[in-house]
Design a protein around this ligand. Structure first.
Ligand code: 1QQ
Length: 383
């Protein structure tokens, strides 16, 4: 009788014990899906480093309400199919609370529908194309949209270089470079800057001399380039080899040291906007730069700063969320709490704003509410 009773209560005791350990001692599993290899690898590694630094700092101070953040990092290689695979693994197999990434807008358009269908927050720190957060209510980003940045950087460039006319080049098979092109086109029309020539290229192209030769013929005062860093660097280098001295106006793709790895001083006078600057003397930014340099033995970039801030935004939010141990409930609680987040970090004051309504009337996610400053490249650095 006694033994039978014990057998009856034993499973309950075991369940109780395991539940207790999930609630109290468990790590909070956070998915990180970024392009760590391939042409977008330089962006993704900086992003991963930003997350790692922030999580290590948060965990060193005791974690979130006593629970440690455990990052599960996957390489989505900057490819749509890999982004889908990696999102599926993190969400269904690893059962993470939420996912950061992917790196490129192009991949986000493929992977974010998986997160929205599974009711898991997908938080992009580098996706700047239009329409990202209209994929569904679980998509968030702290990256500032091209639509918010390019009008500001174009106006500043026009004034700074007394620009009267420009030529345009863009990648026509990437969501970010195509969106940037559309925004530049509207901005140039709006600011009444004539376009002498528009040229396009495809992902993986390495020779841009045919396009550049045509652009050169129109004698523009500047080159507008809606390009990722690898192509941008080679375009700048080849423009110089053709004797073109014009400054370049870029988008978010330019905000990486990869531009200088390739183009070096040929990238001088390139202009772009960013919420982050290494010159920002705010204590939060200077502490970030110092800690990043010490941990990774290199200077951070904008992508590292945005990832660092995003992890802090999440951790601050999670402090106000009572995690129940029920994964579906906890995932939903993150979505509900995140829009209220406010943070003053390496990229300055940050809050979310609801994405514009989608045409189909379906629920939308949240965009970044943050101003961009205009940076100009001098001697392998944006200042
Ligand atoms: C996007 C971007 C890229 C420059 C991210 C690295 O802004 O794909 O949206």
């Amino acid at each position: 009788m006694q033994i039978r009773h014990l057998l009856k209560v034993l499973p309950a005791l075991l369940i109780g014990a395991s539940l207790a350990s999930t609630v109290h001692a468990a790590d909070i599993k956070i998915g990180v899906a970024e392009a760590l290899t391939g042409p977008a690898g330089k962006y993704g590694v900086a992003i991963k480093n930003g997350f790692t630094l922030a999580a290590d700092e948060i965990n060193a101070k005791g974690g979130v309400n006593g629970n440690k953040l455990a990052l599960i990092v996957e390489d989505e290689q900057g490819k749509k199919e890999e982004a889908i695979n990696v999102f599926k693994k993190l969400i269904f197999q690893d059962k993470v609370l939420m996912v950061f990434g992917p790196t490129l807008s192009n991949s986000a358009f493929a992977a974010d529908p998986i997160a929205n269908a599974a009711k898991v927050v997908a938080f992009g720190t580098s996706n700047t194309a239009d329409g990202i957060t209209q994929m569904g209510p679980y998509t968030f980003r702290n990256s500032v949209m091209e639509a918010d940045v390019l009008p500001v950087s174009t106006r500043a460039a026009v004034k700074h270089f007394n620009i009267k006319k420009v030529a345009v080049i863009y990648g026509n098979d990437d969501a970010f470079t195509k969106d940037g092109y559309n925004v530049f086109k509207a901005t140039l029309a709006d600011q009444k800057i004539p376009v002498t020539d528009t040229e396009a290229y495809a992902k993986g192209d390495v020779d841009f001399k045919a396009q550049l030769t045509k652009m050169k013929a129109g004698n523009p005062d500047a080159i507008v380039c809606s390009c990722l860093a690898e192509e941008a660097g080679n375009i700048i280098l080849q423009a110089r080899s053709l004797g073109m001295k014009q400054p370049f106006i870029g988008g978010n793709g330019f905000n990486s040291p990869k531009l200088f790895d390739i183009a070096k001083d040929a990238a001088d006078n390139s202009i772009m906007g960013s919420p982050w600057s290494s010159e920002n003397t705010a204590p939060a930014n200077q502490a970030f730069i110092k800690a990043y340099q010490a941990k990774f033995n290199m200077a951070p970039d904008q992508f590292a700063a945005q990832a660092y801030d995003a992890m802090n935004i999440l951790a601050a939010t999670l402090k106000n969320v009572k995690l129940s141990g029920n994964l579906a409930k906890d995932r939903e609680a993150v979505r509900v709490a995140l829009p209220e987040a406010k943070w003053d970090g390496a990229t300055g004051k940050f809050s979310f704003r609801p994405a514009p309504a989608s045409k189909s009337g379906k629920a939308v996610g949240y965009d970044a509410q943050q101003d961009a400053i205009v940076n100009i490249a001098q001697h392998n650095k944006f200042v």
